[in-house]
Design a protein around this ligand. Structure first.
Ligand SMILES: [Zn+2]
Length: 67
């Protein structure tokens, strides 16, 4: 994953900044991450979809059921 030099918060799913959408701060594995309300349900219900942007998410259980 490329890290731009600026640390402006961006949604981990859609890369929009807080200039465009409200961003919710989440902490995961010691990292500060940001996600917009539009993508928060993905983090809750289908975290594996974010695994390429959120290393370790493939091991998270979806909130609705385990597998
Ligand atoms: Zn988003």
């Amino acid at each position: 994953m490329e890290q731009p030099t600026n640390t402006e918060p961006r949604c981990l799913a859609c890369d929009q900044t807080s200039d465009v959408v409200p961003l919710i701060n989440v902490k995961f594995r010691g990292q500060d991450l940001w996600i917009c309300p539009q993508h928060l349900p993905i983090l809750i219900h289908r975290p594996a979809q974010l695994a390429d942007r959120l290393p370790g998410a493939e091991n998270l259980s979806a909130a609705d059921h385990g597998h």
